[in-house]
Design a protein around this ligand. Structure first.
Ligand SMILES: Nc1ncnc2c1ncn2[C@@H]1O[C@H](COP(=O)(O)OP(=O)(O)O)[C@@H](O)[C@H]1O
Ligand SMILES: N[C@@H](CCC(=O)OP(=O)(O)O)C(=O)O
Length: 363
């Protein structure tokens, strides 16, 4: 039976688009474009998150050896992104499809206004049947401003657009219960939303041109699935991977989605870096907040301490008694007011349930 996904994010990793010599693999891009056109013909909405700018740049310019790594990457990506998009535009054009370039930085997901502007543009592109091709703005995003990798970017786009599925195409068939090179290792077909640890079987090893590696891929995938979006990790080098994946005809790892969260919660779930302060809560408050199937807000009576200074509307981290982060929320009032109300009964919640995201996975 075909999987009933309508809005699909397809993340194409560096390794899928790059040959062993580091140059772009045009035949592969062409084959993926054919498959994307096939999905569009079925009436599906497709958003592509594509790496490959640096690899495309390598095919055009040779950066002088004396240039530092950051500058080289900026130059290669700036030149290469033009070629990458031109390749997509030309190949999609053969199928009478139009694509659009969306270049973003991590900051754009932290700032509510940037986020809403981006979301608005994506929606308009999809309404006009245009395929957004998203990549990190590698000219601006350097060092600590960078996404961990394009898996993180794809996860953020999937949650922002409330996609039905995120398909991560890498150079492995999925997640194995050991080193994928080990013949004894077996592919894990499904991962439940309750799974919390991957480190026992996923190594920190990365593929030749990959940035984040499989551990970060797993954490991203798990976080997205927790927000109600199905995530599949599959091999982008397998022939006709996209239609075969959707028809369930090919091996892959599927992260089963848990019940859906509201879009506000989805935004908050990815706002860790934007947090302005933190609150430490007592064991009773933690038990109340984490009780399944209960919508509980965070009240001042359960707060032990306030760290940092925040205003109404700011994102704050929620820490348990041992200072372990257990969630994120949007403050209903400032840290000054929260301090006055600390430990008091019958006060307005500091974080309303609708603006509270709890997860064991926040790093
Ligand atoms: N348990 C595992 N199952 C599958 N792949 C794994 C596992 N542990 C480590 N890996 C490595 O993760 C790599 C894919 O991640 P990554 O390098 O980030 O790829 P991409 O560039 O496609 O995002 C694989 O090539 C593989 O070597
Ligand atoms: N933005 C970069 C790729 C970034 C990246 O992390 O790629 P990947 O390892 O495929 O997630 C580029 O276009 O070359």
């Amino acid at each position: 039976m075909a999987l009933p996904y309508h809005r699909i994010i397809v993340k194409i990793g560096s390794n899928v688009l790059t040959q062993a010599n580091g140059l772009p693999d045009h035949a592969r891009i062409g084959h993926l474009v054919e498959q994307i056109a096939g999905l569009k013909k079925q009436g599906k909405e497709v958003i592509v998150v594509s790496s490959g700018a640096v690899a495309s740049g390598r095919s055009l310019v040779q950066v002088p050896e004396k240039a530092d790594a950051v500058t080289s990457r900026q130059v290669l990506a700036a030149v290469g992104q033009v070629k990458l998009l031109a390749t997509y535009a030309e190949l999609l054009g053969h199928h009478e499809l139009l694509c659009a370039q969306v270049l973003v930085t991590k900051e754009d997901f932290r700032d509510r206004q940037h986020y809403l502007n981006m979301q608005n543009c994506f929606r308009a592109l999809l309404q006009n049947s245009i395929i957004p091709i998203v990549n990190e703005n590698d000219v601006i995003s350097v060092t600590e401003l960078m996404f961990t990798d394009n898996d993180e970017l794809a996860a953020l786009v999937a949650t922002m657009l409330n996609a039905d599925a995120l398909l991560i195409l890498s150079n492995v068939d999925g997640i194995f219960n050991g080193n994928p090179q080990d013949p004894a290792a077996e592919l894990i077909p499904e991962i439940e939303p309750t799974t919390t640890s991957f480190s026992s079987f996923v190594t920190t090893q990365r593929s030749q041109f990959g940035r984040g590696g499989m551990i970060t891929k797993c954490h991203m995938a798990h976080k997205v699935a927790q927000l109600g979006i199905a995530v599949h990790i599959a091999n982008g080098k397998t022939e006709n991977i996209l239609p075969r994946l959707l028809n369930q005809e090919v091996v892959n790892t599927r992260f089963l989605p848990s019940k859906t969260a509201s879009s506000k919660k989805k935004w908050i779930a990815h706002s860790d870096l934007a947090a302005k302060g933190a609150v430490q809560i007592n064991a009773g408050a933690k038990a109340a907040l984490t009780e399944p199937h209960k919508a509980t807000s965070l009240l001042p009576v359960g707060i032990l301490g306030i760290m940092g200074t925040f205003q109404k509307g700011d994102i704050i981290r929620i820490l348990d008694e041992t200072s372990k982060p257990i969630g994120l929320g949007m403050a209903e009032y400032s840290s000054d007011k929260a301090l006055e109300r600390l430990g008091h009964q019958n006060q307005k919640p500091l974080v309303h349930y609708d603006y509270l995201f709890l997860s064991a996975e926040i790093s």
